[in-house]
Design a protein around this ligand. Structure first.
Ligand code: NAD
Length: 317
């Protein structure tokens, strides 16, 4: 059995498999959840059941929360049966739920006022990776707290990214989900448009998996164009605006609703209004930065081409 005992509060779709992986790796885990079936599942896996968050946290070195929202975390921490009643200066609270950075900082401040420590450590990926112990852990907080938590974190994930001070993990997690969730909506629009205009979805998938549409701008366009400070047109903003207009016309004729695509069209219109019509279509990025009042110079640049020939001969085989 490992030295550190763990309280795990919130045994849902994510928390239960994460807690099970801690048990599997030799940690003593005491769980608490409002749902008795979730607690029973932890007991079946070799963990212990607590009757309250306070009871779970008593004598625990690490107290992990994996709850839906900041309000749920506060409910589990506060009140006569809350974990704050039994947290001590020797314990470390690790919040792994997805919440806003200012909510994370607020909870950290409540703890700090009592001399208690917190690690902000949300996770990337999904319930499948939670089962497999291959989550992406976004750890932020004091270096000593990250070092202390590392062994337990690596039972739940296979990669830890250091996200700086408390609040950093929450920030990058919310932004990561902003992109993943928005792309999900755009993917649904594209496949629906394909079907509505008479294509097989299989064909649409085959084509789009082989182009930038399915392969992603962060891996290909950005590191090879805009992030290198190169806005010379590989594909002009004017042509991107024209092609997106064609797609909106096709959607209209096919009676497919494409709200994400329609919003993107406005951004290309704005880029042209800023005189960027002849630039590479990745100039949408400096457009957005200028609208946010950010300085003209890029804060990060890539020196050498990345994955410069993603669709080259060997990729096609
Ligand atoms: P879930 O709804 O499946 O589980 C939440 C659990 O918390 C439930 O079992 C519920 O009974 C319990 N709970 C609620 N209030 C409680 C309280 N006061 N005390 C004790 N238990 C309480 O949610 P989930 O999918 O496991 O997500 C948890 C967090 O992880 C969320 O913040 C979510 O955004 C984040 N997340 C989810 C995924 C995913 O793919 N599901 C991926 C990454 C991050």
């Amino acid at each position: 059995m490992k030295n550190e005992s763990i309280a795990f509060i919130g045994l849902g779709a994510m928390g239960l498999p994460m807690a099970r992986n801690l048990v599997k790796n030799g940690f003593a885990v005491t769980g608490y959840d409002l749902n008795p079936q979730a607690l029973e599942a932890l007991v079946q896996a070799g963990g212990k059941r607590a009757a309250s968050a306070r009871e779970a946290a008593a004598d625990a070195g690490l107290v992990i929360t994996m709850l839906p929202t900041a309000a749920h975390i506060r409910a589990a921490l506060e009140g006569p049966e809350g974990a704050l009643q039994s947290l001590s200066e020797a314990s470390l609270l690790i919040n792994m739920s997805t919440i806003l950075p200012h909510e994370t900082e607020g909870i950290a401040a409540v703890l700090a006022a009592r001399g208690l420590r917190m690690l902000d450590s949300p996770v990337g990926r999904s319930a499948m990776e939670a089962e497999r112990g291959t989550l992406l852990i976004l750890a932020s907080g004091a270096a000593a707290d990250k070092a202390r938590a590392e062994e337990a974190l690596l039972c739940m994930g296979n990669q830890i990214i250091d996200c700086g001070e408390v609040g950093g993990g929450s920030r990058v997690k919310v932004i990561n989900n902003f992109m993943g969730i928005s792309l999900n909506a755009l993917t649904a629009e594209a496949l629906t448009l394909a079907e509505a205009c008479g294509l097989s979805v299989e064909l649409a998938l085959q084509v789009m998996r082989g182009t930038i549409a399915g392969q992603g701008h962060m891996n290909i366009t950005y590191p090879n164009k805009v992030l290198r400070g190169d806005l010379s047109a590989g594909f002009q903003v004017d042509l991107a605006h024209k092609d997106l207009g064609l797609a909106l016309e096709l959607a209209s004729r096919s009676r497919a609703c494409v709200p994400m695509g329609s919003a993107a069209y406005q951004s290309y219109t704005a880029a042209r209004a800023q005189g960027r019509g002849g630039q590479d279509y990745s100039a949408i990025y400096p457009l957005m930065r200028s609208l946010a009042g950010l300085p003209e110079a890029l804060p990060y640049t890539v020196d050498t081409p990345v994955n410069a020939d993603p669709f080259g001969k060997s990729a096609a085989r």
